[in-house]
Design a protein. Structure first.
Length: 682
């Protein structure tokens, strides 16, 4: 279980000495990969919260650690560095090479961080604490330090051409919002295109981890759909990975679904009234077990680990909604969603009931082997989820709830053509949720009395906004003007600086859940349940919860689904953002794990049980197969059969040949494999 130890908003004020002290602590029993993963997470918490960038940093650091581990393994294949090295002490050599590789990648990436001085000092102090000299920079020779430095240089060179625009601080000069900014301090909004994203304009703006943000939002990661992925490939005539198609459009295709989705957001907001005292059961026996992309589950009948039913877990619905909105926002310590799932994965491996068996079978792996494989697969999936989700955000440029609710509510109601304030683009009416203010409802003692000056306008029952003192007060729920609606967020943040469709949280979370389920061999957390405890009064946006709230998840998928729905409670997304995001994330996770597994299964690339290996080696067998990089490789009698080249789809922008050398065959149980070594290409 996690316990929040400090307010995220104060993270940026940590003194250097405290950060270094924390950095120097080595937790007993953690692998060297886990130690460097934690360093990465700490650096994310101090940096500008850019989820795609942090997914990329986590992935490339994981690649460096995996390649360093694989360099000392006879069968494993590195992702970008594939040379093999012998050593009389493989354990210490791996630890040293992994440390230098991770250190160099992290130092390079966070040299442009807003908290570079703190993070770089922490990385350096970690090296010293581990007994390594950070000033050894050589890439010559075969010492573990040189190999680690060489691997880092190879990874960084590989990443230079991935179209992330790292050299330009990840900025994109090709995107321009079609709508003028929404001025948060004002009422309502003017939008030229109500289906498109609208930046927000603040008097004072902060990120969720307390860093000063642009007063007028700039679309973060608008070019990210073009970044080179790990396992994804474009379909024929497609420009977007896993394209879910056009979201519902106001006054167009899906008009009813558009309005229904934003009504759902208002409905979730109306539940955030802790004074109402409405209780719900959030145990795995009552919630979760959804089909992919939906919230249709009714829970799990039994805990498969204990064989017993899950105990009811009754909580105030307002407490639940507020807790998940804050917990899943950027992680409990602002490590952003990709980092949050690394944190959750680390907690899984630390569970006393956890067994480090790939797919839940076979031998128990040592902690380092498990960690390098888990980080490589999961962060490859998270990296791909960022690319496909942000590609969708750029292509469809979809509106956020803050803009849509204010826009539609400002126009009126769309349910009764003969009623007051009718407008085709207005909000649908719903008793006790969306109503038109009339002289009768605004009379003294009536529900809209405090809105008596706004007769004829649309009022909604919703969260009232951040209170004056969030440490001791809560906003509560009441009737407000639809034109003044705010999501359950800090009033200096309100909504992330990028388009809504699809939900990055949904894509990230499902991709990681798929990898964890596949790698562990079970969708269930160790022991059949995990969770998070929010203490009474532990919220940040306002005072709450009224009592401790224990979040509970039976499966990784239950947790990822809760991450998706949390964004509706938080007023950040609509269902149309959430469901497709989960589906896209599932594809990313499944494909990433399948590809990563080929690297786990080594330079041995093909089950050759049905292949006449002797004929292949003699040069008279023609065959094709899928190899380590998930592409098609061909050997035939017209070529030099000691080598073979990848045949890549012409539509790939970075198409190139890769040459491998067939070295020998290998036996694994009753199966025969072909072992290859890559001799050219990246």
């Amino acid at each position: 279980m996690q316990t929040r130890t400090a307010l995220r908003v104060f993270t940026r004020f940590l003194p250097l000495t405290f950060a270094l002290l924390c950095s120097a602590v080595t937790t007993h029993g953690q692998s060297i990969a886990r130690i460097w993963n934690e360093e990465n997470l700490d650096a994310i918490r101090l940096d500008f919260p850019n989820p795609p960038v942090h997914a990329r940093n986590l992935f490339h650091t994981s690649v460096a650690m995996w390649d360093a581990w694989a360099a000392y393994d006879a069968l494993a294949v590195g992702y970008v560095y594939q040379k093999k090295h012998g050593t009389p002490d493989r354990v210490s050599a791996r630890n040293e090479s992994i440390s230098y590789a991770a250190y160099r990648v992290l130092a390079s990436r966070y040299s442009i961080s807003v908290s570079a001085s703190v993070s770089l000092a922490a990385f350096r102090e970690r090296m010293v604490a581990l007994g390594y000299d950070p000033d050894i920079t050589t890439t010559e020779g075969s010492s573990p330090a040189a190999i680690g430095n060489k691997i880092a240089a190879t990874v960084l060179l590989f990443a230079d051409s991935d179209r992330s625009r790292e050299k330009f601080l990840y900025t994109d000069f090709t995107y321009f919002p079609i709508n003028n900014p929404l001025i948060i301090s004002g009422t309502g909004t003017s939008m030229f295109a109500p289906n498109r994203w609208q930046p927000l304009a603040f008097d004072v703006a902060f990120t969720q981890n307390g860093l000063v943000a642009d007063k007028v939002q700039i679309f973060v990661g608008s070019h990210w759909g073009g970044v080179r992925p790990f396992a994804m490939q474009l379909e024929e005539n497609q420009t977007l990975y896993h394209d879910p198609g056009l979201p519902p459009q106001l006054n167009g295709d899906g008009d009813a679904a558009f309005k229904s989705g934003f009504m759902d957001v208002i409905r979730f907001s109306s539940l955030l009234d802790s004074d109402a005292g409405t209780m719900i059961d959030i145990s795995p026996g009552a919630r979760g077990n959804n089909t992919l992309g939906s919230n249709d589950g009714t829970g799990h009948p039994l805990n498969p680990e204990t064989g017993q039913s899950y105990e009811p877990n009754m909580v105030n619905v307002a407490d639940y909604g507020r807790v998940i909105a804050e917990f899943w926002a950027d992680g409990p310590h602002s490590e952003t969603p990709p980092g949050h799932w690394n944190t959750l994965a680390n907690e899984v491996t630390a569970h006393p009931d956890f067994s480090r068996r790939i797919n839940g079978t076979g031998p128990v792996l040592d902690p380092l082997e498990w960690d390098v494989k888990m980080y490589f697969a999961m962060n490859g999936a998270l990296h791909d989820a960022a690319i496909t989700a942000w590609g969708c955000k750029r292509k469809y440029d979809y509106v956020r709830p803050i803009s849509a609710i204010r826009y539609c509510g400002g126009r009126g109601q769309s349910s009764d053509p003969n009623g007051p304030s009718f407008h085709q683009a207005g909000l649908p009416l719903e008793d006790n949720l969306v109503e038109v203010i009339t002289a009768e409802t605004a009379a003294v003692g009536q529900r809209h009395a405090h809105l008596a000056n706004y007769t004829g306008k649309v009022a909604i029952r919703s969260w009232r906004g951040e209170p004056a003192d969030p440490t001791s007060q809560h906003g509560g729920v009441d009737w407000i003007l639809a034109e003044d609606w705010l999501p359950y967020q800090r009033d200096t943040f309100v909504t992330p600086a990028f388009a809504g469709y699809v939900s990055g949280h949904s894509a990230f979370s499902r991709s990681a859940a798929e990898v964890l389920a596949a790698m562990t061999g079970s969708p269930y957390f160790p022991g059949g349940m995990s969770g998070y405890l929010e203490p009474q009064g532990g919220l940040e946006f306002e005072f709450g919860p009224t009592a401790p709230v224990q979040l509970q998840w039976a499966t990784y998928f239950d947790a990822s689904d809760e991450a998706g729905i949390s964004r509706l409670y938080g007023g950040i997304h609509v269902p149309a953002d959430d469901g497709p995001g989960r589906i896209m994330g599932a594809k990313c996770g499944i494909d990433a794990y399948a590809l990563a597994s080929q690297y786990f299964n080594a330079g041995i690339i093909q089950n050759a049980a049905d292949i006449d290996v002797e004929r292949l080696q003699n040069g008279d067998l023609q065959i094709s197969w899928n190899a380590v990089r998930g592409m098609t490789y061909r050997v035939d009698a017209t070529t030099d059969l000691t080598t073979f080249e990848e045949v890549m789809p012409a539509r790939r922008a970075d198409s190139q040949h890769e040459t491998f050398t067939l070295t020998d065959t290998a036996e694994r149980g009753s199966e025969t494999y072909l072992r290859v070594v890559r001799t050219a290409g990246i």
